[in-house]
Design a protein around this ligand. Sequence first.
Ligand SMILES: [Zn+2]
Length: 190
Amino acid sequence: MLYEILAHNEQFLQKTTLPHVGHAPRKHTAIVTCMDCRLTNMFEEALGLERGDVLQLRTAGATIPTPDRTGANNDLIRSLAAGIYLLGVRRIIVVGHTECGLSRVDPATMIASMRALGVDPQQLIEREGLGNVEGLVKWIGAFQDVHLNVQDVVNVIRSSAFLPKIPVHGLVIDINTGKLTVVDQGNPHP
Ligand SMILES: [Zn+2]
């Protein structure tokens, strides 16, 4: 895979010259979404986003795991703070998606996968103070309902003492059609 990428890159450089684009997002917006591979070459088109328009923060599940919700401080909040204080972001949009892998985590499968890859789940649970398997599943950010999860993440972002009071919206995108549904309209401005 690495050599495939490097070979493609040589061709890309031969036929493409990228225009200069500033590093501050011109729409002053940060969008939090999932790392799902099906969003690639679909997400930006569905939302009408061009290179340089917005910051995109893609994490597993577009979520903040339950243990990190207390105190509203984790790496997602840090990145949003950097976007706001260093790059002029004044609006945040959280976009979960249907059929998200984190809405269908099977603890037994996850544990078997860890063991197969040489990680002892029990040892990890004890060392990291996760309590039990349920704690492990919470740590990875599993959730039941994508709409409820988007609302929770919006609420955590709004409540974070690290961030100023700016509009935060919550949406869900249908992974098969690209259709957006509004979960929390927030305090929209044009
Ligand atoms: Zn996902």
